[in-house]
Ligand binder design. Structure first.
Ligand SMILES: Nc1ncnc2c1ncn2[C@@H]1O[C@H](COP(=O)(O)OP(=O)(O)OP(=O)(O)O)[C@@H](O)[C@H]1O
Length: 221
């Protein structure tokens, strides 16, 4: 589903963030990406989202070689990929409902479909009764679940998460991971960047470790 073939990324200014990275994640697999700060985790996720381009090598999503994807197709690719960030990037001048609806407005859904899909997503993360609130009125864990509802509202085939539990205590972090496992159990391919090694070890999934921009370990824990 996601395949890196000898991928390198050098940022303008000369920093080599990734060097000849190769791996493949099967459709429906759940994997973690870990490594020290600056190891290249965010860069790797940005290459999948086409927020960055590799300087060498090739990234595939399904059969699609992203090097050959025309710019006009990028919005369609992004619709197939849900992204969860550590700081969840919510809009604090809108309700929970409106925050989750943002990707659907962009995709051009009508009002009826938007209502149905937003409520289905909020139901999955256990926030159906909070749709009218402003996210500022929610706890950190609830805010993160709003971000997750927004990431799944388009029913993506792939979810990428970049330090999704970075600001949360261990109990809430475990809760978020259980949610990710539920999505994975219905077939969503999951790639989660985290440096919380204790949490990762408890999950018993595949772990890809980056060290200075290279895959130093690829193991099932
Ligand atoms: N836009 C950029 N321009 C120049 N250098 C960058 C850019 N983004 C990242 N880097 C550098 O590339 C390297 C990898 O960064 P990246 O953010 O991918 O690491 P990371 O593993 O996600 O780190 P962290 O856990 O601290 O977020 C770092 O040395 C970083 O300073």
């Amino acid at each position: 589903m996601i395949r890196f073939d000898q991928v390198s990324k050098r940022y303008p200014g000369g920093h080599q963030a990734l060097s000849a990275v190769s791996f493949a994640i099967r459709r429906g697999e759940m994997a973690f990406l870990t490594g020290h700060s600056g190891a290249g985790k965010s860069t790797l996720l940005k290459l999948i989202m086409l927020m960055e381009r590799p300087t060498a090598g090739q990234v595939f999503i399904g059969e699609q070689n992203l090097n050959h994807l025309p710019a006009s197709q990028i919005p369609y690719l992004r619709r197939r990929i849900g992204v969860v960030f550590q700081n969840h990037q919510l809009l604090f001048d809108r309700s929970v409902f409106e925050n989750v609806a943002v990707p659907l407005h962009i995709s051009g859904y009508d009002q009826h479909d938007i209502g149905r899909r937003v409520r289905a997503a909020l139901d999955k993360v256990g926030l159906l009764n909070k749709e009218k609130l402003n996210p500022i009125a929610l706890s950190g864990g609830e805010q993160q679940r709003v971000g997750i509802a927004r990431a799944i509202v388009n029913k993506p085939a792939v979810i990428l998460a970049d330090e999704p539990t970075g600001n949360l205590d261990p109990e809430l972090s475990a809760e978020i991971m259980r949610l990710f496992e539920q999505f994975n159990q219905v077939g969503v391919t999951m790639l989660i960047a985290s440096h919380d090694l204790r949490l990762i070890a408890r999950m018993h999934h595949r772990v890809l470790t980056l060290q200075n921009g290279r895959v130093s370990q690829d193991a099932q824990v």
